[in-house]
Every structure is written in structure tokens, then in C-alpha cells.
Ligand binder design. Structure first.
Ligand SMILES: [Zn+2]
Length: 319
């Protein structure tokens, strides 16, 4: 009996460790995502517009079906942090497939990218979605690291204090100072400091010590700028919330509207500033995901960039 209990608790412990070690850069999560993207492409086009997605008799347009499969994929893959809401919009520039907005905890996906059915564009959309999810994880890890005191927040700039709703530079500075005297930040403070919803900050504080430790104990991805996972997260935070980088990014993006200003790194700067620590990591993880999706689908997009799902090269996929 005792042995049985020990085995059960051992299994639970193993499961917790597995959960702990989940990240968009770990092989398990990348595999899950690649499988979901194979499903997405498999059912991208069906000539009769009918796909049974577990709802018998459901009749869906291809666009609605693609949206449903994308939402399903994200919900299945993102199990270790609050799932960002997904909004399909026609407001993004034509060349931007999507972006992440941390204040809203939202991923915007360009509707036009769902209408175009070339395989090359599909792969670009896939890597954009993964990049957007990675940006969400970057903010979540920063929040988790702050919650368990493994990270300490850099001083606030005027610009961020405006965006984050502080009344004056003084109050922001007071908060920053008071923060340094405290052993750990509250969810509310974290939400305010890094501009994320309270609910997300609250989720990050839950079991933060163990979960953040699990995260920084994952194998260091080869594209990281820093020598350790912990140092990489520090880089993400310091380069995003340090005055000079933010100001530089804003200068490079003079036409940015309010949305772009708030999430400079995660919107237009995806195109302009790939040297930013968060961008370098997001592009790194996306570069890694592409061959994996390609392998699952079994066709090289370089060979058939403009062909759609109905090309005979994809006949082996379920439909
Ligand atoms: Zn980005």
C-alpha cells in the first residue's frame, strides 16, 4: 500500500515536472504545435466547405473553419500560461500576418492571410502565430520571474509610465523605489509595471517559484543571446523596459499609432529591429518551428510557395 502511494506521488511529481518544463521552446510544445499546423493545412481547403470539427452537421466556410482550427491549435498548445485572445482583423498592414498586444493579451491575425491559400504564405502565417505566442510567453515569464523575485525591475521611463497609466513620473518613480524595498511584487504591481492584464499577472504569481525554476531549468535554446535561460529573460525585460531601447524603437517607428507605440517590440518592430532581445528570440523560435511544420506536412515550401492545398503534392494529407 505504501509502495503504491509512493508510486502515485512519484507519478504526480513527474507530471508536475513535465508541466513545469513546458515552454514554446521545448520540443514537446513545438511538436504539438507542428501537429496542429498539419491539421490546419490538411483542412485548409475542402471543396464542399464541409468539415466535421467534432460538431456533427456543422457547415462552415473555409475562412471560418481556418479561424476555428487556429483557435483550437492555440488553446491546445498554450497550456502553461493564460491563452491570449485571438482577433481576426482587416486593420493590419497587408504584409503583417499578425502581432501580439501585451496590454490586451491579444493576438491580432490579418484576415487577408486567411484568404490567401499559397503554401508559402501559409508557412509565413504559421511562424507569425508562433512568434506572437512567444511574445506572450516572454511577458508571462517576466511576470513570473518578478513574482518570485528572480528578476528585479529596471527603473521606469516617462514614456512607459504614461502608457501604463501612472499619473506622473514621480508616482511611477515612487512605485519603482518602493518596489525595490519589497521582497516580491504583487500581481497588481506586476500588471502595472509591465502593462499586462491583472488576470495574467495573477496567473503568473501562482506557484511562481517552482514554475519559473522549471522554466529556467529547460535546456538553453541555441539562438539565445544570453548564456543562461535566466539571463535571457533578464535581457528581454531590460531591453524592453529600459529607456534607451524603447525610445530608439519609437523613433524608428514614427508613424506608429497608439497600439504600435505600446507594443513597439511586438508589432512593427518585428520587421524593423530584429536585434532586440525579444525579437531575436521570437525569430529564433519561429525559425526552429518552420522545418518542424514542414516535416509534418512533408512538402518543402521553397518548392511550391504559390501552390494551394489542392495541389497533388498534398494528396497524402487527410481531408
Ligand atoms: Zn515581434
Amino acid at each position: 500500500m505504501r509502495n503504491h502511494d509512493e508510486r502515485v506521488s512519484q507519478t504526480r511529481k513527474m507530471m508536475l515536472i513535465r508541466e513545469n518544463r513546458m515552454s514554446l521552446h521545448t520540443p514537446l510544445v513545438r511538436n504539438n504545435f507542428a501537429n496542429e499546423m498539419r491539421t490546419l493545412w490538411s483542412y485548409w481547403d475542402t471543396t464542399d466547405n464541409i468539415l466535421n470539427l467534432g460538431f456533427p452537421g456543422t457547415l462552415m466556410s473555409n475562412v471560418l473553419k481556418r479561424q476555428t482550427l487556429i483557435l483550437q491549435a492555440i488553446a491546445r498548445v498554450v497550456t502553461f500560461m493564460p491563452v491570449p485572445t485571438v482577433t481576426f482583423t482587416n486593420k493590419l498592414p497587408a504584409h503583417v500576418h499578425g502581432q501580439f498586444r501585451h496590454p490586451q493579451w491579444e493576438i491580432l491575425i490579418n484576415e487577408n492571410s486567411l484568404n490567401y491559400v499559397g503554401y508559402g504564405t501559409f508557412m509565413a502565417l504559421v511562424s507569425t502565430i508562433y512568434r506572437a505566442l512567444r511574445h506572450a510567453e516572454q511577458f508571462f515569464r517576466i511576470a513570473q520571474g518578478l513574482a518570485c523575485n528572480q528578476l528585479s525591475f529596471p527603473r521606469l521611463s516617462q514614456d512607459q509610465s504614461d502608457q501604463c497609466g501612472f499619473d506622473t513620473q514621480q508616482s511611477a518613480q515612487q512605485m519603482s523605489d518602493s518596489v525595490m524595498l519589497q521582497p516580491a511584487l504583487t500581481a497588481q504591481q506586476i500588471a502595472t509595471l509591465i502593462c499586462i492584464p491583472n488576470s495574467v499577472a495573477k496567473a503568473a504569481t501562482r506557484n511562481a517559484e517552482a514554475l519559473f525554476q522549471g522554466f529556467i531549468d529547460t535546456a538553453r535554446p541555441e539562438w539565445f543571446k544570453a548564456a543562461t535561460v535566466l539571463d535571457e529573460v533578464k535581457d528581454w525585460m531590460n531591453t524592453t523596459f529600459d529607456d534607451s531601447d524603447t525610445q530608439a524603437a519609437l523613433k524608428k517607428n514614427p508613424n506608429g499609432d497608439d497600439v504600435a507605440r505600446v507594443s513597439t517590440c511586438h508589432a512593427n518592430a518585428c520587421m524593423i529591429d530584429r536585434s532586440h532581445a525579444m525579437e531575436k528570440d521570437a525569430f529564433g523560435v519561429a525559425t526552429y518551428i518552420e522545418p518542424q511544420v514542414q516535416m509534418r506536412i512533408g512538402v518543402d515550401p521553397a518548392l511550391l510557395p504559390r501552390f494551394g492545398r489542392m495541389h497533388p503534392a498534398f494528396d497524402h494529407l487527410p481531408s
